[in-house]
Design a protein around this ligand. Structure first.
Ligand code: ATP
Ligand code: MG
Length: 390
């Protein structure tokens, strides 16, 4: 029996004239993610994308698993492909959905007939196939409101398709359809979640990480690489930039008031991130900050960091509780890596009493006493670019 996967677009269906641009983006993203399994053919028709395996030994369940993490899909299902003959459709339905029907107590049949030349109308398909299923599975009864199994028959242009329960997709809009952003990726819980949230809104996400060897270890860097690799399941491939940040941190420590260390360090992160972002055609920065989560994440601190950014700074978790963020980090499978206990450059030289409500004027004054341009240039030049393409 020939089997394919049907993808239902979510919000894309609302995009009017741009719809085909979004669909094409979704198809190219899905195609790339499925490459590891083999070759697939893609075809779009009426807010459905048909994904057909072209190699013999492809495991469609694995493909479904991958596609459930691709943004832009609201629901998906495997389906049996049948010739447009009602006898064949009936036979296929009871064989293909046997396991689901055996386990269920109630079912209903839904029919969609977009090929109007098919001799049975939709209500007739439902009635006839419903009766046939009841004959073969006498333990079942029909429930049109809340059935355990929804048997769906779609009679389309080239063939008919039979499937059961649809699985939820990841929702959102296709990665890359809204431009590209640069995520400040630490080793923590919040920033991978922030990146995935912006990817869900259609942004392609690149990442930048600040490392301060020897204060931070090779293992800490490896952890960030692992996080980026895990993120690709949802965000797609990305470039990860690792910035040598030691000299800058040491200079800040030597030359500025201790209580302003954290905010000034963040401002230099922002400046460097903006430089790399522009080089990479990224049009926004993304951080994992959440108001009030730690002393350095206050309105005033965010105002001070925004003041040096010459592009929008998105903070998608800004209003979320840690518990809510953790829930998403489990979903995108970054939590276990995030909690590995390696030091981050933010924990190096942390002042005992950081200024929680920094005043921009004083921060700027403190920075004027430092001559950083050369160090920034050196850090940008020494930045390593890793291609993350799991
Ligand atoms: P996270 O869980 O993402 O590490 P956090 O709660 O530990 O966040 P902070 O350490 O204050 O918070 O960092 C706030 C944000 O600053 C992070 O979410 C991240 O976007 C950015 N950031 C912090 N440290 C780094 C770093 N070493 N490299 C890149 N970005 C960083
Ligand atoms: Mg952190």
């Amino acid at each position: 029996m020939k089997e394919i996967i049907l993808l239902k677009n979510g919000e894309i269906a609302l995009k009017g004239l741009n719809r085909s641009v979004f669909e094409d983006k979704l198809i190219s993203n899905a195609r790339r993610r499925l490459e590891e399994l083999g070759k697939f053919g893609f075809r779009k028709a009426q807010s459905t994308i048909f994904v057909e395996p072209k190699d013999e030994d492809i495991d469609l369940d694995e493909a479904v698993d991958i596609l459930q993490k691709v943004y832009g899909i609201i629901a998906l299902t495997k389906a049996a492909v049948v010739e447009k003959d009602f006898e064949a459709i009936k036979e296929t339905a009871i064989i293909y959905l046997k396991d689901e029907l055996m386990e269920a107590k109630t079912f209903k049949v839904d029919a969609k007939r977009s090929d109007k030349s098919f001799p049975l109308k939709s209500p007739e398909i439902c009635r006839e196939l419903g009766g046939y299923i009841l004959e073969h599975f006498p333990h079942l009864s029909v429930d049109v409101h809340n059935p355990d199994v929804n048997v769906v028959v779609e009679v389309r242009d080239y063939a008919a398709y039979v499937h059961g329960k649809q699985l939820p997709g990841a929702g959102g809009i296709p990665v890359g359809s809204g431009g590209r952003a640069l995520l400040l990726l630490s080793g923590g819980i919040d920033s991978p979640v922030a990146g995935a949230m912006m990817a869900k809104r259609g942004l392609e996400v690149y990442a930048i990480h600040f490392a301060s060897p020897p204060y931070t270890s090779e293992r800490a860097k490896q952890k960030v690489i692992t996080l980026a690799e895990k993120m690709t399941a949802y965000c797609g491939r990305m470039n990860l930039f690792v910035v040598p940040f030691t000299e800058i941190q040491e200079r800040i420590k030597d030359d500025c008031p201790e209580e302003l260390f954290t905010i000034i360090m963040r401002r230099y992160m922002m400046r460097i991130a903006c430089r790399i972002a522009r080089q990479q055609d990224c049009e926004a920065l993304v951080t994992g900050e959440s108001v009030g989560q730690v002393a350095s994440q206050t309105i005033q601190a965010m105002a001070c960091t925004d003041a040096v950014a010459d592009m929008p700074v998105f903070r998608p978790v800004v209003g979320m509780d840690k518990e809510e963020i953790i829930k998403i980090s489990h979903k995108i499978d970054t939590f276990e890596t995030s909690i590995l206990p390696y030091e981050d450059c933010c924990t190096v030289f942390t002042p005992k009493h950081p200024r929680t409500k920094p005043v921009l004027k004083f921060v700027e004054q403190a920075e004027q006493a430092m001559d950083m341009e050369n160090l920034i240039d050196r850090a940008v030049k020494g930045t390593e670019c890793l291609k993350i393409n799991r």
